[in-house]
Design a protein around this ligand. Sequence first.
Ligand code: UDP
Ligand code: MG
Length: 328
Amino acid sequence: MEKILCSVIVPMYNEEEVITETYTRLTKVMDGIGENYEIIFINDGSRDNTGAIIREFCKNNKRIKMIDFARNFGHQIAITAGMDYAAGECMVIIDGDLQDPPELIPDMIKIWRDGYDVVYGKRKSRQGETFFKKITAKAYYRILRGLTNVDIPVDTGDFRLIDRKVSEALKQLPERSRYVRGLMSWVGFKQTAIEFERSERFAGETKYPLKKMLKLAMDGIMSFSYKPLKLASYIGAILSGISFLYLIIVVIQKLFFPETSQSGWTSLIAVSLFFNGIILLMLGIIGEYIGRIYEEAKGRPLYIISELKNMEERIGPRYKTKQNTSPD
Ligand code: UDP
Ligand code: MG
């Protein structure tokens, strides 16, 4: 088999409006490099024509490969599958909506050839995104940095080039709540940034509604830190200290100033509401972690593939389904 220099990994979820343009721009850039390459489209359970369009590309161009998921497993799982099946010496993970410019890939490859293992895209600016998204993203990356011990670079997404050895290392991390950019920082290697202007989505709407974004944000924090748990126990300790002091005051009041101890209905309700709120919040934090332990304990595969195209012979490292097991 001919050696592949670069695998481009593109997750696609209901992207029929952009996929043709993405294909055109990506193949143009990759052809310009003059090396053997492949583009792996992961169809993440799209309900529109995305799958059919990718199949069409695969028919006309053997460099286009497809991983067709049995349902929507989510962006982070899609890029994980892409890395699992990629054959290139290096891999580029890029969004399918052209927010990450494919034209940056040759520069990334140059930097990789200079000896870096991870070249991540750092967003200088973000166009076409709401004020709310920009401000929450900015705040989030900083909170994440404060809460976790792994050095996750600020203002970077999943757009990046990685060396094969990084993806090999990632295959050893089996966790389900995957925050891929965090995992990549965790495995280490020689990393550097390349700055770019994040442009508007070429067409269509974001496939990351608030709910999915919150999940990703929680995954980022919870998979890399148990500081929220620590915080819960600190707050608990401080509050029970204060409560104990107040208890002494109340007892003294009762014993020595019985006439004043009758009042205080409002403060009673206030204290009760406040503490119940805190307790529920802490239970919630603990619950989040327990839920994640439950997810991991089930040990289900990360994704189920219904079909591979133009790389039927490849075997994913995690699990072998019928389609991709070699007949031996
Ligand atoms: N995506 C995916 N599965 C999902 C959601 C998104 O594969 O469940 C893909 C989507 O098709 C796109 C990339 O992930 O290529 C980034 O999604 P999007 O552009 O909607 O996110 P945003 O840029 O708005 O954060
Ligand atoms: Mg996008």
